[in-house]
Design a binder for this molecule. Sequence first.
Ligand SMILES: O=C(CO)COP(=O)(O)O
Length: 135
Amino acid sequence: MKKTLALVAHDHKKPELIHWATEHKLELEKHALVATGTTGGLLHKALNLPITCFKSGPLGGDQQIGALIAEGRLDCLVFFWDPLNPAPHDPDVKALLRLCSVWNLPVACNTATADMLITSPLFFEGTYKRDIPNI
Ligand SMILES: O=C(CO)COP(=O)(O)O
């Protein structure tokens, strides 16, 4: 079942996300992909797959992805945020992760979780119906 996935990584984590996405290209190409600006550009170069690129994270890209979540238009977020370096837009990062909890959206913040998510038949075969809060 085709899903919409968002892929985002902070600068020090971009190589890790590109490596992960390359490993899982065969699965990723079945889905619609969106990303923040710089991440999306690099992923497009590495994977040669269509990716809808929003603004760069510090310029509002995280919030654009947050808007997709609030509108019920995103199925999953892979967000390799950097736990070792502060970002100027940390409030936006926190807001994006917060919305994942508010809307019970599957979110992977490291490769181990992303591996489990992308290989989960529960999620990708469409048998799993996630509860969405009735807000
Ligand atoms: O800052 C980001 C996420 O918080 C990512 O933005 P870029 O993909 O534009 O680097």
